[in-house]
Design a protein. Structure first.
Length: 228
């Protein structure tokens, strides 16, 4: 029997979230598996159409990736990534009832031990994690909380140099991305803008010219000193 990840507290089925629906994983080894969707404030699972688009974008980089699903909710993003070949996924969810449901779901999926369910507040959990822990991160917080800027500042050190970052936000929300991220793809529904960013590696610093550098001309060629 799998135990909750360190920092988790999943002893009961606490909370007032009742199951009102379900979503299905749409690709990979767990295709067709159902995930319960609870009646919980702010819970808004990513639609099948958006998930299909997102994971088509991510297909080349999913195999073996270390994934973070930061506001996991139903777990649809993190578990879809595992289903399609990611090596591991941390599913972070603050609400105890939702986290308990996530743990139940991972227990019933063959190979579900690749998912670590953590019941924690995202902003409290992030600073304690090792640097460069993840290759792909999904950030889809409750829209009313307005957490994007705070989360991104704490999340950035945890991401690898060539990481990918997925963000969902309302159409009117302008998320300020830290320097060093390039927009890879984006899409829109009637209410949501969803964006995939890629971390841009810094170009190497040019080597310093230590040989008569003050004699270099505009074309970079070395000028011979004048003799008179």
């Amino acid at each position: 029997m799998r135990k909750p990840a360190p920092g988790a507290s999943l002893k009961g089925r606490g909370g007032s979230a009742g199951t009102t629906g379900q979503v299905r994983l749409i690709g990979g080894r767990w295709r067709g598996s159902t995930l319960p969707v609870a009646d919980s404030p702010g819970l808004r699972p990513t639609s099948d159409r958006v998930r299909e688009t997102l994971f088509n974008w991510l297909a080349p980089v999913l195999p073996g990736a270390r994934v973070l699903d930061l506001f996991a909710g139903s777990g649809a993003l993190g578990l879809e990534a595992l289903s399609r070949g990611a090596a591991s996924a941390a599913l972070v969810e603050r609400e105890p009832g939702l986290a308990a449901r996530l743990l139940d779901t991972t227990r019933r999926l063959p190979g579900g031990e690749a998912a670590s369910v953590v019941q924690a507040d995202a902003l409290a959990w992030l600073p304690a994690q090792p640097r460069s822990s993840f290759d792909i991160a999904f950030v889809d917080p409750p829209f009313a909380a307005g957490l994007w800027d705070k989360v991104l500042s704490e999340l950035e050190p945890l991401l690898a140099d060539d990481a990918w970052l997925y963000i969902e936000a309302p159409l009117a929300e302008r998320v300020a991305m830290p320097a060093g991220w390039s927009l890879h793809r984006e899409g829109r529904t009637r209410e949501v803008r969803y964006v995939l960013y890629r971390r841009v590696r810094k170009p190497p610093e040019p080597a310093a010219d230590t040989l008569d550098g003050d004699l270099a001309g505009p074309d970079g060629r070395r000028k011979e000193p004048r003799t008179e």
